[in-house]
Design a protein around this ligand. Structure first.
Ligand SMILES: CC(C)(COP(=O)(O)OP(=O)(O)OC[C@H]1O[C@@H](n2cnc3c(N)ncnc32)[C@H](O)[C@@H]1OP(=O)(O)O)[C@@H](O)C(=O)NCCC(=O)NCCS
Length: 331
C-alpha cells in the first residue's frame, strides 16, 4: 500500500505585506521621565528617536487583523483564500487558545489551519520559512504570516536597559505560489546556552504567588549586541550564499530592527555595497520584535525607497537565543 502525497508549487513568494503602527507616539523625552537617561544617549546608542505604544483597544488581535487585511488586499486575494495562519508573538497574554485561530475567524479565513509560534525577534523569518515549505509541499496554497507584539505590556518602564528599546506593532505577509523563486533557503538555529540573556524575569506561577509581581523582560544588552553584530552577520552571509546571491547583487537589507548600530555593524561585516537600501525603521518604531521586519519592509515600499521585485536579505534574531534569515523578492 502506498500513501498518497501532495505536491505544491515549484516556487513560493511573498505576495503582499501590510503593517499596523499604534497611534500613540512615545518620544525619548517621555522615556526620560521614567528612566535616568537622555535623548542623546538613546539616539547615539540605539538610533531610536521615538517608538509607538499600543492603547487599550490596540490589542494583539486588532493590530494583527488590521495588518493582515492590508497584506491580503495587496496580494490581490480574498481572506477566504488564506488556508493557513501563522502568528509569531511572545506577548499574547493568553496561554491558550492560539490567537491565530481568532484572527483567522475575524478575517474571514474561515476554517484555515491556525497556530502561534514563539521565536521572539526571529519569528517573522521562522514563519516565512514555514510558509515557504507549506506552499512548496502543497500543504497550503496561501499562508498568512503575522508578527505582532505589545512589548510595552511586559517591559518595566523604569528599567533603563529595556524601557527605551521595546515597542508595539504588527506586520503581516501573504506567502503563495510563484512562477519564479521568491524565498531563498532559510539559515536558522538557536543557542539555548545563552537563554538567560533575554528572558521573562520569572515564570507565571512565581509571579502569581505575589500580586505585586508582573513578569517583565530583562536583557543583558551588551553580550546580545556582540552576538547580533558578529554571529548574525555570519548567518546573514550564509543565507545569501544559500540563495546564490553575492553582496553586489543584493538590493535591499532588512535586518531585525534591534539597534541601528547592530544594523551598521552587520552592513560592514557583510561588505554590502553603499548602494544597498538599508531599513532604518527602528528610528521611528523602536524594537517591535516579530513585527519589525514586515513593518520595515512596508515602510521602504510605501516611501518608494525600495520597490517590488528587488532582492532583499532579511534576518531576525533575539530571545532564545534564536535566529533565522533568508533572501526574498520584495512583493
Ligand atoms: C541596550 C544597548 C543599547 C546598550 O548599549 P551598550 O552600548 O551595550 O551599553 P552598556 O550596557 O554597555 O552601557 C554603557 C554605559 O551606559 C549606561 N547606560 C545603560 N543604559 C542607559 C540608559 N538607558 N541611559 C543612559 N545610560 C545608560 C551604563 O550604565 C554604562 O555606563 P558606564 O559606562 O558608566 O558603566 C545595547 O547593548 C543593545 O542594543 N543591545 C542589543 C539589544 C538587542 O539586540 N536586543 C535583542 C534583540 S531582540
Amino acid at each position: 500500500m502506498t500513501i498518497s502525497v501532495v505536491q505544491g508549487a515549484r516556487f513560493s513568494a511573498i505576495k503582499g505585506i501590510g503593517g499596523y503602527r499604534p497611534r500613540r507616539v512615545v518620544d525619548n523625552a517621555e522615556i526620560c521621565t521614567m528612566i535616568d537617561s537622555s535623548d542623546e544617549w538613546i539616539q547615539t546608542r540605539s538610533g531610536i528617536k521615538e517608538r509607538r505604544w499600543a492603547g487599550e483597544d490596540e490589542t494583539i488581535q486588532m493590530m494583527s487583523v488590521s495588518a493582515a487585511r492590508k497584506a491580503i488586499e495587496r496580494a490581490g486575494l480574498e481572506p477566504a483564500q488564506i488556508d493557513t495562519v501563522i502568528v509569531s508573538t511572545v506577548t499574547h497574554l493568553y496561554q491558550t487558545p492560539a490567537v491565530a485561530a481568532t484572527i483567522a475567524s475575524e478575517l474571514g479565513a474561515t476554517g484555515a489551519a491556525a497556530f502561534d509560534i514563539s521565536a521572539a525577534c526571529a519569528g517573522f523569518c521562522y514563519g516565512t520559512a514555514m510558509a515557504d515549505s507549506l506552499v512548496r509541499t502543497g500543504t497550503s496554497k496561501y499562508v498568512l504570516v503575522i508578527g505582532v507584539e505589545r512589548l510595552s505590556d511586559i517591559t518595566d518602564p523604569h528599567d533603563r536597559s529595556t524601557a527605551f528599546i521595546f515597542a508595539d506593532g504588527a506586520g503581516a505577509a501573504v506567502v503563495g505560489p510563484s512562477d519564479t523563486p521568491g524565498i531563498g533557503p532559510v539559515v536558522w538555529g538557536s543557542d539555548g546556552d545563552q537563554a538567560a540573556l533575554i528572558t521573562q524575569n520569572e515564570p507565571w506561577d512565581v509571579a502569581m504567588a505575589d500580586e505585586a509581581h508582573w513578569p517583565v523582560l530583562q536583557m543583558n544588552g551588551n553580550p546580545v549586541f556582540k552576538w547580533a553584530s558578529y554571529t548574525m552577520a555570519k548567518a546573514a552571509a550564509e543565507a545569501m550564499d544559500a540563495a546564490g546571491i553575492s553582496p553586489d547583487q543584493l538590493e535591499v537589507f532588512v535586518p531585525h530592527q534591534a539597534n541601528m548600530r547592530i544594523t551598521d555593524a552587520m552592513f560592514r561585516a557583510l561588505k554590502l555595497p553603499q548602494g544597498v537600501i538599508v531599513a532604518r525603521d527602528i528610528a521611528r518604531q523602536g524594537n517591535t520584535s516579530a513585527a519589525s521586519i514586515p513593518l520595515a519592509i512596508e515602510a521602504l515600499l510605501e516611501s518608494g525607497e525600495a520597490r517590488s521585485g528587488q532582492t532583499c536579505l532579511i534576518i531576525g534574531f533575539g530571545a532564545g537565543l534564536v535566529y533565522a534569515g533568508q533572501v526574498i523578492a520584495l512583493p
